[in-house]
Design a protein around this ligand. Structure first.
Ligand SMILES: Cc1cc2nc3c(=O)[nH]c(=O)nc-3n(C[C@H](O)[C@H](O)[C@H](O)COP(=O)(O)O)c2cc1C
Length: 197
């Protein structure tokens, strides 16, 4: 599929048929993590792909989303968590070729989150390229310890977001849940300037 076709299809899907996704398909989607850019090639991105139904049911229970008209989290056969290991960046930028005047750089922005975002996007696009749908959710701060414990995520990894992946089911109530329905899409002129701001 051409990128422009993938982008046309890209939207957050919050309801799935529950049909399992073959492991080979998931492996192709997950392998995109190795294609993501990363600052200094620090490669701090990690993916935790959850396709065990009992774990997904427990994630949904933690989120308090066991049922509903369009039960988002429990209906997805796959949850992929995008994680980041910030320490990879500090380690990389303390190596000889990256030091500036003998010091680690002053970070313009936290590149570990930038790279996690790039990874997230690749996962979304790869899922669509496989004919699947995907949706992103943030893990609320108060629920994070429970998710971390359930999935045995080590303390050195930060959970950036969860991505549900699966075959999209009809979701007429989508418009009630998406901020797309309430927020104006900014014009291109607001978002893109040329030559000087
Ligand atoms: C980092 C991130 C976190 C998000 N968290 C949630 C979430 O917790 N719940 C939700 O319904 N949508 C979530 N979204 C989806 C956005 O609301 C959605 O991308 C936005 O409304 C634009 O809609 P579209 O992606 O369908 O074009 C999240 C998106 C991103 C990138």
């Amino acid at each position: 599929m051409h990128l422009r076709d993938i982008l046309r299809r890209r939207r957050m899907v919050r309801h799935y048929t529950g049909e399992p996704v073959p492991r080979e398909t998931l492996e192709r989607i997950a392998a995109t993590v190795r294609r993501a850019p990363s600052a200094g090639f620090s490669q701090g991105q990690r993916l935790l792909v959850v396709d065990a139904p009992d774990l997904i049911a427990r994630i949904a229970a933690i989120a308090g989303e066991e049922e509903g008209v369009e039960p988002w989290l429990p209906s997805a056969p796959v949850h992929a968590f995008v994680l980041t290991r910030e320490a990879d960046y500090h380690e990389r930028y303390r190596s000889e070729d990256k030091l500036q005047d003998g010091e680690e750089i002053e970070w313009p922005v936290p590149f570990w989150y930038v790279d996690a975002g790039a990874t997230l996007m690749l996962v979304l696009l790869a899922a669509i390229d496989e004919g699947l749908s995907a949706g992103v959710y943030g893990v609320p701060v108060e629920l994070e310890p429970s998710v971390r414990e359930l999935l045995q995520i080590p303390g050195e990894l930060r959970i950036v977001a969860g991505v549900t992946i699966g075959r999209g089911a009809p979701d007429p109530a989508w418009s009630a849940r998406t901020s797309r329905a309430t927020q104006r899409r900014r014009s291109l002129d607001e978002l893109v300037h040329w030559n000087r701001w």
